[in-house]
Design a protein around this ligand. Structure first.
Ligand SMILES: [Zn+2]
Length: 80
């Protein structure tokens, strides 16, 4: 069985930061997820290397960021 991406404590730190300061991109105080958890956003994105920071993001911003990462990866590896 694989390890979850974040431990319960790590996820609680993400949620705590989100409740205090909101989504790091838009400032929304509610994550917009069914679970009520903020979406942990990795900086830099995990696909680009070692992650150094995990910050709270709302669902809408997470989806937009995910699309940007996908486009970036496509450009880097498929259209070079
Ligand atoms: Zn947001």
């Amino acid at each position: 069985m694989s390890r979850p991406l974040l431990t319960v404590d790590e996820m609680e730190r993400v949620n705590s930061a989100g409740r205090e300061r909101g989504c790091h991109r838009c400032g929304a105080g509610e994550p917009g997820t069914a679970s009520g958890n903020f979406v942990p956003e990795y900086h830099p994105p995990r696909i680009f290397g070692t992650t150094s920071v995990v910050i709270p993001s709302c669902l809408s911003c997470s989806r937009i960021a995910g699309a940007h990462v996908t486009i970036s990866v496509h450009r880097r590896f498929k259209c070079a």
